[in-house]
Design a protein around this ligand. Structure first.
Ligand SMILES: [Zn+2]
Ligand SMILES: [Zn+2]
Length: 150
């Protein structure tokens, strides 16, 4: 990736650019994907075609992408909260389990500096499920979320 502030190519995803000392994604002058010059108003890089916002999201370890739908189903929107009830029930149960797992992970990280892989997969899967149902409840999509941690 490239520093958005000074345009220098960076190795990995450092918090602070070693060249200019700024947070690499805080500037607006360069494309994070190819390093070409951009303005604060640039949405799509002229050189590599990358969407600037998406390219920034990719450089953060947690990302969320929401497509803006052209048309939404009026029928499923009407029944939205009724249809989401089974998800709320599942998420309630999984949420209690996730809280226990997070507590175990907290201790594990304190002693080993590592998030146990099984716990990481479970908690990140819970967040994935929760986020999908959140988007569905906020009417951002009419695609019914899968009952899945993946
Ligand atoms: Zn820089
Ligand atoms: Zn570019």
């Amino acid at each position: 990736m490239f520093c958005r502030n000074c345009g220098k190519e960076l190795i990995g995803t450092p918090e602070i650019c070693p060249n200019c000392g700024a947070r690499p994604m805080s500037g607006t002058s360069f494309c994070p994907n190819c390093g070409a010059q951009t303005t604060p108003l640039t949405e799509i890089c002229m050189k590599c075609g990358a969407r600037i916002k998406e390219a920034i999201v990719k450089h953060y370890p947690i990302g969320i992408e929401i497509e803006c739908p052209e048309k939404l189903s009026r029928l499923t929107t009407f029944f939205r909260y009724f249809m989401a009830i089974p998800h709320y029930i599942c998420l309630y149960g999984i949420g209690i389990a996730a809280a226990v797992v997070v507590f175990i992970s907290w201790w594990a990280i304190l002693f080993t500096a590592r998030y146990p892989k099984w716990a990481f997969d479970f908690v990140s899967g819970y967040l994935r499920w929760y986020t999908r149902v959140g988007g569905y409840s906020l009417l951002l999509t009419d695609k019914y979320p899968p009952f899945s941690l993946h």
